[in-house]
Write a protein that binds this ligand. Structure first.
Ligand SMILES: [Zn+2]
Length: 139
């Protein structure tokens, strides 16, 4: 299971106390999911939210990137054709052909950047089409 999480602290909207919140992304059979679960140390305020989809709330992404750094997805080896890459990107991210072309070109040149879970899921889709890629963690 591909997963990454981080604990963030905040201020309680009910009593003004300190909240701790576990946020994270994970892969559920190749589908990108995210979750947030928090509670207040000083009152009974608590919440739990989880969803899946192509877009993770930006505050969760930023918390993960800040704590763990970004991941870079790279092609390893030569690519004979961009066509399978385009297909993989489009099926993984529901991109238009134009968007897929931009991302495929970027992938071939410098690699794609995102959170660890986002890049690992993309890697799974690409490997399904026999495209050899690896995921590096940015320092
Ligand atoms: Zn509270």
């Amino acid at each position: 299971m591909i997963t990454q999480g981080v604990q963030v602290t905040g201020r309680c909207s009910v009593c003004g106390g300190t909240t701790t919140c576990d946020v994270g992304q994970f892969s559920d059979d190749g589908t990108l999911c995210w979750g947030t679960e928090g509670r207040c140390a000083d009152c009974s305020n608590g919440w739990c939210e989880q969803d899946s989809g192509l877009v993770t709330p930006e505050n969760i992404r930023q918390a993960l990137l800040q704590e763990h750094g970004a991941a870079r997805l790279r092609l390893s080896g030569d690519l004979l054709s961009l066509a399978p890459v385009l297909q993989a990107l489009r099926s993984a991210r529901e991109l238009s052909l134009y968007e897929a072309r931009v991302q495929a070109t970027q992938l071939a040149k410098t690699g794609l950047i995102g959170t660890h879970v986002e890049m690992e899921i993309l890697a799974v889709h690409l490997r399904r089409r026999s495209i050899v890629v690896n995921v590096e963690t940015e320092a």
